[in-house]
Design a binder for this molecule. Structure first.
Ligand code: FE2
Length: 561
């Protein structure tokens, strides 16, 4: 189906010309949607002004619906551009509801306004919530003024959704009217803790939020794999494999009020990591290297459920096709954020290096650095994505280029020895590709910032082409955000000081939960580490533990406070 089946627009007067293209590269095939809106926006439903007084903007009637309140998962927005933004909801009456509300498609009204009372309307239109996609809605609000905040809501029958707040980006060529402020994090295992981090993020003064993966965990109750279950909450089913099971898992996570509030507070830009499908999978193979139909079907179900629940500007996945979610979002000419997919196109993790056991932990994916890891053909991104990234960064006119990336790139040598010991799931397992990539898109004066997550701990670090050769130039600066709730294994905390002593490229390490925020200007990139007092307490306090500064034109962490 097409991405956005908008069939009616009323009251679009007073906004920019319809049919503007977005400032993000079109990896979504969404030009059809753009064309459609351009056509519908000229329909006679728009009131013709007869005086210089602007005519009233009209609310469309809510489509008929007689069921119970269908906005149990809240609302969200995402992938902002200078003239448009994606507005999301999914119509179900409870996160425990297993069957769809109806056997057919539903329709909802979508209102966008300058004010939260919806008196100064921008648009009001009807969108389809297809049964095929779990009655999810991905409405693109278009022809919006740039660098502006809006409010949005959905209506059906007598029901109105919570009100969300979102915004557009500055125009291409502009640096915006103020510093860009955004947050980022990853990893929110339901069983490992509460979402106090989201509660605080919803109240932060941020333009947007970047999610770097592990939105859900696929495990069954009390079976968190290598992750301790320290919280009170339990998963709602055994390990998930089917579309309905993945849907149920997303619905459970999205039932959390703090997460809903955070989605409603500002637009999100999301990518995935491994747990949206299966722990440490690579491409079409499981963690254990098993490829073939059972896993292919599982991955397809996981991809569809992810699309149904995320406010993303990409079309839904098609059977037997790659699902391209890598894309760029530009904040004027200040920051170009390139969201990467480090899972779908991965080569299997290298296994030719000798496995290294850690005392008390056994083999947790640490191996000696090997020939396969050093082979640049062993790819985390896949050739097509890598070429896209290199050409996109090369063509970028932004002052800062940032990678929205899953796993750490700064390198981590786990043991002293002749041969480095590495986590093969990280960029260290794709050592050769990283080297070539950084030499292509990084450099001491290239203003490349790497954002990462996954490791349930946080770092501020300097990235070199060979991270274990400190004589090389710094090619990028990396900030790895702490996890929202997933915890750092208690046994590993004892190793942290030793490991850090062997890895001077890592300028700071913290095993605490929380998030990071960034404040970006032409001259400086400032990242703040926010840590929680108690991840098991939904009302936990949070504090700024550290602040790091990067100066434009000079890769590396310039100051730490
Ligand atoms: Fe994780």
């Amino acid at each position: 189906m097409e991405f956005s089946r908008r069939r009616l627009i009323i009251g679009t007067v007073g906004v920019a010309a319809a049919g503007c293209t977005t400032s993000t590269p079109d990896v979504s095939g969404s030009s059809a949607a753009t064309t459609e809106v351009a056509e519908t926006a000229t329909e006679p439903a728009v009131v013709e002004p007869t005086t210089t007084t602007e005519p009233a903007r009209l609310l469309v009637d809510a489509p008929p619906y007689s069921g119970s309140f269908p906005f149990a998962l809240g609302v969200a927005s995402g992938d902002p551009a200078a003239d448009s933004v994606v507005l999301w909801t999914r119509l179900i009456s409870s996160h425990e509801q297993a069957t769809p509300l109806t056997e057919g498609d539903l329709e909802v009204a979508v209102d966008v306004s300058f004010d939260d009372g919806f008196e100064d309307l921008v648009t009001s239109s009807i969108h389809v919530a297809p049964r095929e996609f779990g009655h999810s809605v991905h409405a693109i609000a278009e022809s919006l003024p740039s660098d502006t905040w809006f409010y949005y809501r959905f209506r059906i029958g007598e029901h109105t959704s919570p009100v969300g707040r979102t915004r557009t980006t500055p125009e291409p060529g502009s640096l915006g009217t103020a510093a860009l402020r955004f947050g980022f994090s990853s990893c929110q295992n339901w069983e490992s803790g509460e979402y106090g981090a989201h509660r605080h993020l919803a109240g932060e003064d941020l333009d947007l939020f970047v999610w770097l993966g592990d939105y859900i965990y696929e495990y069954g109750p009390g079976n968190a794999g290598d992750l301790p279950s320290v919280g009170q909450r339990q998963h709602n089913s055994s390990e998930v494999f089917t579309l309905d099971e993945y849907r149920g898992r997303y619905a459970l996570y999205k039932s959390d009020p703090a997460l809903q509030d955070h989605h409603g507070a500002h637009p999100w830009i999301v990518t995935w990591d491994d747990h949206e499908v299966d722990n440490n999978h690579a491409g079409t193979a499981t963690e254990d290297g098993q490829a073939g139909e059972p896993f292919a079907a599982r991955r397809a179900a996981a991809y569809q459920a992810w699309w149904e629940h995320m406010p993303v500007r990409v079309p839904p996945p098609q059977p037997q096709s790659d699902f391209v979610i890598y894309r760029s979002v530009e904040w004027g000419d200040l920051v170009a954020l390139h969201m990467l997919d480090g899972r779908q196109f991965r080569s299997p993790q290298p296994t030719d290096g000798e496995a290294v056991s850690l005392p008390g932990l056994g083999n947790i994916g640490v191996r000696q650095l090997s020939d396969d890891a050093r082979n640049p053909e062993n790819s985390m991104l896949g050739q097509v994505q890598r070429e896209w990234l290199e050409s996109t960064v090369d063509a970028s006119t932004a002052i800062w280029n940032a990678l929205g990336n899953q796993v750490y790139m700064h390198g981590l040598n786990a043991f002293v020895g002749e041969v480095a010991s590495i986590n093969t799931d990280s960029w260290d397992g794709y050592f050769g590709e990283r080297q070539e990539l950084l030499e292509s898109i990084g450099g001491p004066d290239r203003n490349l910032i790497v954002l990462s997550g996954d490791f349930h701990s946080s770092t501020a670090a300097e990235v070199r082409s060979d991270p274990f050769d400190l004589s090389g130039p710094i090619m990028a600066t990396e900030f790895m955000a702490p996890a929202i709730s997933s915890t750092f294994p208690e046994q590993l905390r004892a190793f942290a000081p030793l490991v850090l002593g062997l890895n001077p490229q890592i300028r700071n390490f913290s095993p605490d939960n929380g998030y990071m925020t960034c404040e970006v200007t032409e001259a400086t990139w400032t990242t703040r580490l926010h840590t929680l007092n108690d991840v098991t307490d939904a009302a936990t306090a949070v504090s700024v533990a550290m602040e790091f500064t990067v100066m434009a034109g000079q890769a590396g962490v310039a100051t730490i406070n």
